[in-house]
Write a protein that binds this ligand. Structure first.
Ligand code: NI
Length: 166
């Protein structure tokens, strides 16, 4: 396992639609998932998607637990998702401040679905499904966007609510 270098906004890989994983239960997929977790932890990230380490595959991880970058929000269990999908359960959108390890030191106000159902496979090809809301739903949608080549500023409605923060 290793902490991999993160790529930053402007890099071509972050603009591409990532490819679906076709083979499960492989050492490559296991190492990629483990490296994503390690890289996320090393950077105090709430989530990380494979394109952010220059791997254009539909794999993402997230976890919120005692995170110094997000001190006041509910916890989200460590989750690895391969080939995820989702649907909103209600159309209600909620605003929240997001950051991204590929856009350092910035935060922006983004509208996301508050309540979603998502599904994905684990690295062994086991399918799972969850119904979530709040921050869990937000971090999912943020990471999912990375798989489609979308960064959170593209989701913002008012760029005046994009700000520098230490
Ligand atoms: Ni991000």
């Amino acid at each position: 396992m290793a902490v991999r270098p993160i790529i930053f906004t402007g890099h071509a890989t972050l603009k591409k639609v990532a490819e679906a994983v076709t083979e499960f239960n492989t050492p490559e997929l296991e190492v990629l998932a483990a490296d994503l977790v390690e890289t996320m932890h090393a950077n105090d990230g709430a989530g990380l998607a494979a394109p952010q380490v220059d791997v254009s595959l539909r794999v993402m991880v997230f976890e919120i637990a005692d995170n110094p970058r997000y001190p006041d929000i509910e916890t989200v269990p460590l989750t690895t998702l391969v080939n995820p999908g989702f649907e909103p359960i209600a159309n209600r959108l909620v605003e929240g401040w997001e950051g991204c390890l590929s856009i350092p030191k910035m935060r922006g106000l983004v509208r996301r679905y508050d309540h979603i159902r998502y599904w994905a496979y684990d690295v062994n090809g086991e399918r799972f499904e969850r119904e979530v809301s709040g921050w869990h739903a937000r971090v999912f949608q943020h990471e999912y966007d990375h798989l489609d080549g979308i960064l959170y500023p593209e989701r913002m409605h008012n760029l005046k609510e994009w700000m520098y923060c230490e």
